[in-house]
Ligand binder design. Sequence first.
Ligand code: SAH
Length: 348
Amino acid sequence: MNILACVDRLERERDLSDAEFAALIKCEDPEALEYLFARARAVRDAQYGRKVYIRGLIEYSNYCKNDCLYCGIRRSNRGAERYRLSEGQILDCCRAGYALGFRTFVLQGGEDPYFTDERAVSIVSAIRREFPDCAITLSMGERGRESFQRLFDAGANRYLLRHETADCAHYAQLHPAELTLAHRVQCLRDLKSIGYQTGTGMMVGSPFQTADCLVRDLRFIQELQPQMVGIGPFIPHHDTPFARYPAGTARQTLTLLAMLRLMLPCALLPATTALGTIDGDGREKGMNAGCNVVMPNLSPRDCRSKYLLYDNKIATGDEAAESLNSLKKRMERAGYEIVTDRGDYRDA
Ligand code: SAH
């Protein structure tokens, strides 16, 4: 199969056959990959230029009622020291972030039943009142449609909910029986129809994942047409059933990011912390494969070292200002400019 021709056609038609998708996913030829990354950069540059949007990540709780086999904050991990931020602490994170130039706040946490609709709505409303010019992104896991609607009405604009894998059998290998792909997908459809800018995505190299699983992920993303796609390598956490499985690779993550850029030219694609964790230059490499978003951490420092989804997570010890400064420098060296901008989805 001619990989370069596949790259060109993916750029032109935003689509390939399953066999061609799989061939690209498995490709390890450095020259072909360099071509793929160059085309992804060109498409990103045409759409967004060299601007990098920043999202301030606030990890508001590591309590979780779920027991996902890959995740370090799963409920059966007795080793995780649990915490949750108060509304006041969350607002303080937003204030610090605003002063640093953040205009998007991402509230991410485990599925913590403490955050009832009433409490979550109160937090979103308070952020909306104090920061009318900022985007509010939620990443709180699965909730009912009614609940998503109430949060939207309170002022939330975006929602991140990775589908994790679009293959039912694979989904069941990564999650306990009470969690289903069908429900996850239902949530995503609800979010989109309510009017959220919606993000989905998957881990790359999760246990039992095959190239076929990844092809299904791409098909699902094509069909959903999300505004954002978050993908990063799977990284084992020592206190989970997957402790001894190998991590996903930077190469395969970058390949998928670049393919996604060609498939969804307008998408907001973050170079994730997980990518920066398995490869010291992972986030710069992500930019060079077509990404346009980074998500620095705004959580209080003592919480950051407790929100451990996987081992060796980077920048757990920095203050928000320090880590933003070092990221700015790194991005500038790589030819990118971090901007103070909400960075909303832009249709072609
Ligand atoms: N509870 C929320 C937020 C989950 S944490 C939700 O359900 O959406 C955000 C993402 O981290 C998850 O969607 C998952 O894809 C990723 N993640 C969890 N454990 C991981 C691991 N061991 N390695 C890499 N990524 C992981």
